[in-house]
Design a protein around this ligand. Structure first.
Ligand SMILES: Cc1ncc(COP(=O)(O)O)c(C=O)c1O
Length: 375
């Protein structure tokens, strides 16, 4: 059994690595003039927008709200449909429903594990997908969705292309960071994300001044000016404490992304020739943000048990697709199935990966996999 500190938890390690800066930042906020939508949020929004390469970043309360408000800012709501992969966090789909729209669940490409553009094309031709107004491309695990074919499809069909970047801070497509490559991107700063707060947080990036303005209204009761609601908004504000802390962590994010990549390479070097394992592939012209390292094997159940009993914290992202969840049960009658999603889900396994893991920790995981007695 491996001592648990070898695989220490990422959020607490991330706090320790930034502790002095975080304590200073907290102090600044506590003794400052504003706790809500003050100077820290404004500064973080402009620093994060610069880092992404977007004109605007608008801080909100979490990643689910970021998706909902992005949809609403574009006028998507009741009567509209949004195409989205079923292989994603449930939040991607619940946000669409909270905006009042209906999800159209689409299958994935098993190699990139993101939405499959040709299946999407076929779905868009269906009679029951007539009201699709947008595609929500999820850059799952940190691997960008196939933006070139998606852009072409969206252009042909007059659809918006929105990005769910909750797992993809720092992922790149053709040398540009995801988040403002199309009609807007939603980010989560949940503590385990590549850029994580000490609570909930989120942001929307956009290059469109009008959308940014609507997002600022929507996140605060629809106010265009204080106490004057121009649209029906909600309360979804990023708070000053989280923003101040995110500013501290943003400064080391590039370095952390490099470390994530180095650890992913180490897995690849040690496990690349194991025939019964499929390691995550990286498409051409993209940079993976390595939020999660997800392998695939027909021996998933036995390997999960083997690694767990050796004290290695493995996980499943996710145990079920959205259409297999009790609350979202079943595709609408008549929909084609999602065979790639369903077969991938039976075989995936998430190995430990975060920037504070040592090379030795990765080696221990690999040794344990290499000693797995194939059933
Ligand atoms: C792909 C994806 N989309 C959306 C979200 C929602 O983010 P939050 O938990 O901040 O609401 C998450 C978070 O887990 C996610 O992984």
């Amino acid at each position: 059994m491996i001592p648990s500190q070898v695989f220490s938890a990422y959020p607490i390690e991330d706090f320790r690595a930034h502790e002095a800066g975080i304590r200073d930042a907290m102090d600044r906020v506590l003794t400052g003039s504003s706790y809500i939508l003050g100077p820290e949020v404004s500064a973080f929004e402009s620093e994060f927008a610069d880092w992404i390469g977007a004109r605007h970043a608008v801080g909100v309360a979490n990643g689910t709200d970021a998706i909902e408000l992005l949809l609403r800012a574009h006028g998507i709501g009741p009567g509209d449909q949004v195409a989205v992969p079923s292989h994603t966090a449930v939040a991607s789909v619940s946000a669409i429903q909270r905006a009042g729209a209906d999800p159209v669940l689409v299958d994935i490409d098993p190699v990139s594990r993101t939405i499959d553009a040709s299946t999407l094309g076929a779905a868009l031709a269906r009679e029951d997908a007539r009201n699709v107004k947008a595609v929500l491309a999820v850059h799952l695990y940190g691997h960008p969705a196939p933006l070139a074919p998606l852009q072409a499809l969206c252009r042909t069909n007059g659809l918006l292309l929105l990005e769910d970047c909750a797992q993809a801070h720092g992922a790149e497509w053709e040398g540009r960071r995801v988040g403002a490559l199309a009609d807007g991107g939603a980010f989560s700063f949940y503590p385990t994300k590549n850029l994580g707060a000490i609570g909930d947080g989120g942001a929307v990036c956009t290059n469109d001044d009008g959308i940014a303005e609507r997002l600022r209204w929507l996140r605060q009761y629809g106010w265009a000016e204080r106490y004057v609601s121009h649209v029906t908004g909600i309360n979804s504000r990023l708070d000053e404490l989280q923003a101040a802390l995110l500013r501290v962590k943003l400064r080391t994010l590039d370095q952390q992304l490099k470390r994530r990549s180095a650890l992913a390479r180490r897995y690849e070097e040690r496990l690349g020739s194991v025939g019964w394992l499929q390691l995550p592939a990286v498409s051409e012209n993209v940079r993976h943000a390595w939020h999660l390292y997800v392998i695939r094997t027909p021996h998933r159940e036995a390997l999960f048990a083997h690694l767990s009993s050796a004290g290695i914290p493995v996980a499943l992202h996710y145990p079920a697709a959205v259409h297999q969840q009790p609350a979202y049960c079943q595709l609408p009658p008549g929909s084609p199935g999602l065979p790639q999603t369903e077969s991938l889900l039976r075989e995936i396994l998430t190995l430990p990966l975060h920037p504070y893991l040592s090379d030795e920790a990765i080696d221990r995981v690999c040794e344990s996999i290499l000693s797995f007695p194939l059933p």
